[in-house]
Design a binder for this molecule. Structure first.
Ligand SMILES: C[S@@+](CC[C@H](N)C(=O)[O-])C[C@H]1O[C@@H](n2cnc3c(N)ncnc32)[C@H](O)[C@@H]1O
Length: 325
């Protein structure tokens, strides 16, 4: 039976996203955030009152590699050497049967508006089926999910969508499902192979290859790039040239956002969202099309409980001032 390796990293809760990103960056096929043994809070009972107890201060991050992960362990150790309160990463062999079961428990069916992405054992009719563990992009990762939300919002039937760093092809397949002509590319030939297989499996028309960005024509209505901030900075001139409509970027850690946006100037931010350490932006060459989104035309609908919506509205106005002066 094939064996797998689990690389474990224990970090303060505030560094959980940055730690997960490092595991993905170093080539993990799956990453999971867990409680340390004995620290999982007791399940809340219907009769429990008051606020739930605070989350434990540290989290256990587990990343999985097929076969050996010693190189990843060494690189991870070097990268977290300057982090406070981080234990040295440790390796643990895992039998495939155990790994498969652990993996499966963490996978859910992800529904984003008209789109649903699921592993074969959870798929419902009409879902995009993506087998986890083959390449990055099952809908589970927050950056993939946010890109799916953007595609759901921005897809226009007949328009053209380019998925830069396609992984499993999930974003291009989602755009194609919503009527766009979609093309995905990846520097990893294995990802391209898997994306083509996924298009066939799902009977979706989308093309994938390993072409470099400078070989592509400009004028894509929607470009999505869920790749890490550093890569986005390098690709920025090509992304600017290729985007004829909206460019959706994910995979940016908050402290690298300024560098990414500076590299894309004079493109302007149309929408910005942040969840913990992760930032998502839609950028384009235009000023904001609709200064006040439809959702906010009737401000009277807000009650005191709509704090999240009001924060989003204020952020939008700040973007408007930045964009239109
Ligand atoms: C975070 S995964 C995103 C996969 C999928 N698009 C999603 O949203 O889940 C990033 C992908 O970008 C690819 N990648 C990294 N650098 C790239 C580059 N310079 N050009 C094209 N693809 C790249 C990686 O091989 C990887 O498959």
């Amino acid at each position: 039976m094939a064996s797998w390796t689990e690389l474990r990293l224990v970090v303060p809760r505030g560094l959980a996203d940055a730690g997960s990103e490092l595991l993905w960056e170093l080539g993990a096929l799956g990453v999971q955030e867990d409680y340390l043994p004995g620290e999982a809070p007791a399940p809340r009972q219907p009769w429990d009152r008051g606020s739930p107890p605070p989350e434990p201060p540290r989290v256990l991050l587990r990343g999985w590699w097929e076969a050996d992960a010693e190189l990843a362990q060494r690189e991870l150790r070097a990268k977290v050497a300057t982090w406070d309160q981080v234990d040295p990463p440790s390796l643990h062999p895992v039998e495939e049967a155990d790994w498969a079961e652990t993996w499966k428990q963490g996978i859910t069916r992800v529904v984003v508006g008209r789109l649903a992405v699921a592993p074969p054992w959870l798929a419902e009719p009409g879902d995009l089926i993506v087998e986890p563990g083959m390449a990055f992009g099952t809908g589970e990762h927050p950056t993939t999910r946010r890109c799916l939300e953007a595609i759901e919002r921005l897809a226009r039937p007949g328009g053209r969508c380019l998925d830069v760093g396609c992984g499993t092809g999930v974003l291009a397949l989602a755009a194609a499902r919503l009527g766009m002509q979609a093309h995905g590319l990846d520097i990893d030939p294995e990802a391209v192979r898997i994306a083509i297989e996924n298009a066939e499996l799902n009977e979706v028309e989308a093309s994938f290859d390993g072409a470099s960005l400078d070989s592509l024509p400009a004028g894509w209505d929607l470009v999505v790039a869920n790749v890490y901030g550093e890569v986005l900075v390098k690709l920025a001139p090509e992304l600017r040239r290729l985007t004829g409509g909206r460019l959706v970027l994910a995979g940016i850690l908050a402290d690298r956002e300024d560098r990414v946006l500076a590299a894309l100037a004079p493109m302007t931010v149309q929408l910005r969202q942040q969840d913990g350490d992760w930032v998502w932006v839609d950028v384009s060459d235009e000023c904001l099309e609709d200064p006040v989104p439809e959702a906010f035309h009737d401000l009277g609908k807000f009650g005191l409980d709509d704090v999240g919506d009001l924060i989003f509205f204020c952020e939008h106005i700040i973007q408007l001032r930045t964009c239109c002066g």
